[in-house]
Design a protein around this ligand. Structure first.
Ligand SMILES: *Cc1c(COP(=O)(O)O)cnc(C)c1O
Length: 327
């Protein structure tokens, strides 16, 4: 099973504010590694797929919402690497299927729906047993690929920014959008002295993640998985850029995202990367970073989700000041 894709390009952002403040900005374009299996979701899947293969499983089962980047990536990766896939989706079935789920079905994923209450038990042995009984021997990957295999994959992200050995040391801040913090944990574990990971939670009240991160790091370091470096992980949370909560979008974020794409040719997704990029540019304006700092912004992908957001928010978008009606 070959697991190599395109190396993600490293793209410098020549914005006026970066020039003015003497801070260098680079984007690690994980979104460009593969058309469907990309972003941090690929890194979180990688060692899960390898473990499933090693243990001779032929079917992967995982969980997600109806617009999930993880469901999308798992369906495509399963197809690519010869696994059957089952997607357990939160909530009731809605027809016609949205673009995320119809893509998953095209990739051969079987969809199963659980009501929200049952779905909440997605990490319990009882539900897993029920699913094993219903579907046979399946390799279960948690929602978002957020287990220690997922962390392990993410320890390899920053090294991707190393066209020549040693180059990644040159970045002193690694910025990433944060949901469950699995990606942040992996990144933090891979850093060298003088490097710091900055996570931007996309959920409201993201400070609770600090405990989760400590837990993830401890669990990882006490497991027998390889830790790239023994230096203690250095990270921080910046919780001011959630824009009202998960998948909440306002016009300011939309405008920022459009402008960033036009000026720098970097498309952003509204749920994760747009919020992180907005946060970094805002902190830059406020003087949070120092002259000479070198920032690596990790583009974690997720662009497929924009179709869903655009669809869901048509009514927010259309706000004419004056209405004309013709009868
Ligand atoms: C899932 C996702 C994240 C969040 O990753 P965590 O490991 O849960 O913190 C960030 N960006 C994108 C585009 C994602 O799809």
């Amino acid at each position: 099973m070959s697991l190599t894709f395109f190396p993600p390009p490293l793209q410098q952002i020549n914005s006026e504010i970066a020039l003015h403040t003497g801070v260098k900005l680079y984007v690690l374009r994980l979104d460009l590694m593969h058309p469907w299996v990309n972003g941090n979701k690929w890194f979180k899947l990688k060692y899960n797929l390898l473990e499933a293969k090693e243990k001779n499983f032929t079917t992967l089962l995982t969980f997600g919402g109806a617009y999930s980047n993880h469901i999308y990536a798992t369906a495509a990766a399963g197809n690519l690497f010869g696994f059957r896939t089952i997607g357990v989706i939160r909530g009731e079935e809605r027809l016609p299927l949205n673009p995320t789920l119809s893509f998953a079905v095209q990739q051969g994923m079987q969809l199963v729906y659980l009501n929200r209450e049952t779905y909440r038990q997605r990490n319990t042995p009882a539900l897993h047993e029920y699913l094993q009984q219903r579907f046979g021997e399946v390799f279960i990957i948690p929602e978002g690929g957020s287990n220690l295999n997922g962390v392990r994959g993410c320890t390899e992200i920053v090294a991707e920014a190393m066209p020549t050995a040693g180059y990644a040391y040159a970045f002193n801040h690694i910025c990433v959008a944060c949901g469950t913090a699995t990606t942040l944990a992996g990144i933090a574990l891979s850093l060298h002295q003088g490097q710091r990971a900055i996570a931007f939670p996309v959920l409201k009240n993201g400070t609770f993640l600090a405990q989760e991160i400590e837990k993830l790091l401890t669990n990882y370091l006490t497991s027998d998985l390889p830790a790239p470096y023994s230096s203690p992980a250095s990270w921080e949370l910046v919780c001011d850029y959630h824009f009202g909560g998960y998948a909440k979008v306002n016009n300011e974020l939309r405008l920022f995202s459009q402008q960033f794409r036009e000026e720098h040719d970097v498309p952003l997704d509204y749920v994760y990367t747009a919020k992180m990029f907005y946060g970094v540019m805002d902190l830059l304006k406020q003087g949070f970073f120092c002259r000479g700092d070198r920032l690596l912004l990790v583009h974690t992908g997720g662009l497929q989700g924009n179709i869903g957001i655009e669809e869901r928010s048509q009514c927010d978008l259309v706000k004419p000041k004056t209405r004309y009606s013709v009868s």
